[in-house]
Design a protein around this ligand. Structure first.
Ligand code: ADP
Ligand code: ZN
Ligand code: ZN
Length: 716
């Protein structure tokens, strides 16, 4: 896209664009959604008299460039005078259809995001506003009728008997009706008597714009309204501290509660207490609850709907149609829904006033948006709460080290739920050493004898099981094909198993192996150094595991959940619903099954390879490994049956895996933070990624090198 030059935006002679006025009533800065940015965040336009009441946050159309192409933007500032250096400015063309506007605090938040994440301001706005809102999807104008106030025209024709019934139904209180609803209320078969009454002058009409959506949240209620459980002492303490902070202005609270400790119940109580506070001034404060997209199941939404009936809950997630999303957005902006439950982008929910923000599963990496505008929803939530002067609650069984470090440094207030709710206990976690298993059996088996035996036992007892295999870190290993030898390629420095990368090899082909702990690379061994046999590559994959399960447990009802088998949000829902309803014995899947599932009959969880996320080349690999194992283990033993967890691993001595097996988050966090500190890594140090792109690799390398030198020079 061509960058507009200063001349083309601000021509010497006023443009002859329609609606031009030589007499602006003021000026405004407008941030253009196309991502073109001026240094101060937006371009100056004149405000014509017809748009004199234009406010900050409104979406407008402005002429852009020499051709005055219409462009959309958001008003970010109103000014009495244009900047002195600007002689002539073009006028704003119009308000955008449907008069979309953002609350003031979101405009300020957008400025912060633009500065902090280095993104043009207009693009931040473009990302904040759902496309459906911008396009007005689902907006319908509809006609309504009501009885003309008494004393109408004396000469109007008398109504017929049927028409009289319609008039009676319409009532005299001035209520507006949809024609169809009124006809139904009067027992009429069609709307013709209503139309006839309008013609005769007994009914008057009005046109309104409304967003029509077929989302019936009440129909989604998967959980019947139940009496809230009696809080455990730890929950009661947490509720009292968090609810007590509602009047104390901004504060970050980290709710660290083991899986199944009743964190959601704590959120519900704190929200309830906010909704029932005596408010002296409008608008009433609302709540944003962020949950990972994948956890936005009918189960979760159902719990909020059941607790806050009466239409006060709005949901925002990717499974909505455009019109539904638009309708939800309007309800939030118009103050109809005070509780917003949504995924990442719901942090931008246009509540007129924010009184509390909850970020559930705050450690989730899906809160980070990896495309423009880039942002981390947890950090944006903290910033928004700060601007709104309200508390933000970050909840997790496995907090991000960033949040944990903040609590340790008193930047966040730590609230703990140390135990599971009554009737549930944390499961026993056993580690199975796959290398040993390999030595003792012929070749590589995806299921260890221990896991296989427990699966059989569990099936016999009527329990359900979850098997996790993390595809994201799908790894291939090099090993001697002879099981009696048992050799595997390991790192010389760390002794962890090397991961085979076909794509990293020299141009001659063949690939290399890499240690995902220290990044050391070794050329491929072709022969086993112990016995001289030709080495083989083996990998683990969900499809292979599925095949093995089908072979071993022919009678079991299996479901597989991964990016290949699940294409739409509906696929997830159906698979999860069937599992929750007890129609599936074994659910096999990638990390998408590790989250949020609360199914009491899950008595066994198996982690096919605990190493796969360890093998990921990222400084957070240990943290992710710990989280994944702890979270998936958390799905077991939520009911009356004690849960068991089996973690298969080639690295049973890895500290992240050991600590996860021991349910020792604090021990893990302290050790890992010390390691990060020693290496200058976040959360103790800071880190930025700079991506350079160029069609000329040599030029790109030169620039990168210069940048590297400059960076080191400054860092000392
Ligand atoms: P978490 O979010 O910490 O994993 P949840 O809030 O989902 O835990 O609670 C797990 C289960 O325990 C839910 O089914 C919930 O209804 C139930 N629960 C929560 N608090 C209590 C309590 N005080 N007594 C009994 N059951 C509870
Ligand atoms: Zn190594
Ligand atoms: Zn060998």
């Amino acid at each position: 896209m061509p960058e507009p030059s200063a001349e083309s935006l601000f021509p010497d002679s006023p443009s002859e664009n329609e609606g031009v006025t030589n007499d602006p009533v003021g000026y405004a800065r407008v941030a253009l959604e196309r991502g073109i940015d001026a240094a101060e965040g937006g371009f100056t336009y004149a405000v014509p008299a017809a748009l004199g009441d234009l406010r900050v946050g409104e979406r407008v159309t402005v002429p852009l460039g020499r051709g005055n192409r219409p462009a959309a933007g958001i008003v970010v500032e109103r000014m009495g005078e244009a900047h002195a250096s600007i002689k002539t400015v073009k006028p704003i063309s119009a308000r955008q259809r449907g008069s979309v506007s953002l609350p003031d605090d979101l405009v300020e938040l957008a400025r912060w995001i633009a500065a902090y994440y280095h993104c043009p301001l207009g693009m931040v706005f473009a990302g904040m506003l759902p496309a459906a809102v911008k396009h007005g999807t689902g907006t319908r104008s509809r006609e309504q009728v009501r009885a003309v106030a008494s004393g109408g025209d004396a000469s109007r024709p008398e109504p017929s008997k049927l028409q009289r019934a319609v008039l009676d139904a319409a009532g005299s209180e001035g209520r507006w009706w949809d024609a169809k609803a009124l006809a139904d209320a009067a027992g009429a078969k069609s709307v013709s008597p209503v139309r006839q009454l309008v013609e005769k002058g007994w009914l008057e009409t009005q046109r309104t714009e409304a967003v029509v959506s077929d989302l019936d949240l009440r129909a989604q209620r998967a959980v019947a309204p139940t009496r809230p459980p009696e809080l455990t002492p730890a929950q009661a303490e947490a509720v009292s501290r968090l609810a007590g902070s509602l009047d104390a202005g901004f504060g970050v609270h980290l709710l660290h509660g083991v899986t199944g400790s009743g964190k959601t119940e704590v959120y519900l109580r704190v929200i309830d207490s906010l909704l029932h506070r005596d408010e002296t001034s409008a608008p009433l404060p609302g709540v944003i609850v962020l949950v990972p997209e994948i956890a936005l199941t009918p189960q979760t939404v159902g719990r909020f709907l059941a607790r806050f009936p009466g239409g006060g809950v709005a949901v925002l997630h990717s499974g909505l149609t455009a019109a539904q999303r638009h309708a939800q957005w309007r309800r939030i902006r118009d103050g109809e829904a005070r509780v917003v439950v949504g995924a990442r982008s719901a942090v931008f929910a246009p509540l007129p006033k924010v009184g509390l923000i909850v970020v559930d599963e705050e450690h989730e990496s899906s809160y980070k948006q990896d495309q423009l505008p880039r942002y981390h929803a947890r950090d944006v939530a903290i910033r928004r709460a700060q601007r709104a002067g309200c508390p933000v609650v970050l909840g997790s069984a496995t907090p991000s080290l960033e949040s944990w470090h903040n609590a340790a440094c008193d930047r966040a207030n730590l609230v703990t739920l140390p135990d599971r709710v009554p009737g549930a206990t944390l499961p026993d976690v056993e580690l199975v050493d796959l290398a040993e298993e390999r030595r003792e059996r012929r070749g590589v088996h995806l299921l260890s004898r221990r896991l296989e035996a427990l699966l059989q036992q569990n099936l016999d007892a009527g329990g359900q099981a979850i098997l996790l295999l993390n595809r994201r870190g799908y790894a291939n290993y090099l090993a001697c094909p002879d099981h009696r030898c048992g050799w595997m390629m390991r790192c010389h420095h760390c002794d962890v198993t090397m991961v085979y990368h076909r794509d990293l090899g020299p141009a001659s082909g063949g690939g290399v192996t890499r240690c995902h702990h220290c990044d050391a690379e070794q050329v491929l061994a072709t022969a086993c150094p112990e016995c001289g046999r030709k080495v083989s590559v083996f990998g683990l994959g969900t499809q292979k595991v599925q095949a093995e399960l089908e072979r071993k447990f022919p009678g079991a009802r299996l479901a597989r959940m991964d990016a290949d088998s699940m294409r739409t949000a509906r696929d997830y829902q159906q698979t999860l619903d069937a599992f929750a309803a007890g129609q599936t014995d074994i659910l096999l899947g990638t990390q998408m099954i590790a989250k949020g599932l609360d199914v009491p009959n899950v008595r066994l969880v198996g982690v096919v390879s605990g190493d796969t996320s360890l093998n990921f080349p990222d400084f957070r690999a240990s943290e992710r490994t710990f989280q994944l194992i702890a979270q998936v283990a958390g799905r077991a033993g939520r009911g009356e049956h004690r849960g068991r967890v089996v973690v298969q691993t080639f690295n049973p001595d890895d500290p992240a895996i050991r600590r996860a097996a021991d349910h020792d988050y604090v021990g893990f966090a302290e050790e890992e933070i010390a390691t990060r500190q020693a290496a200058g890594l976040p959360p103790v140090g800071r880190m930025a990624r700079i991506v350079l792109r160029d069609t000329d690799p040599a030029a790109n390398l030169r620039r990168a090198t210069r940048l590297g030198h400059a960076g080191r020079g400054r860092g000392g």
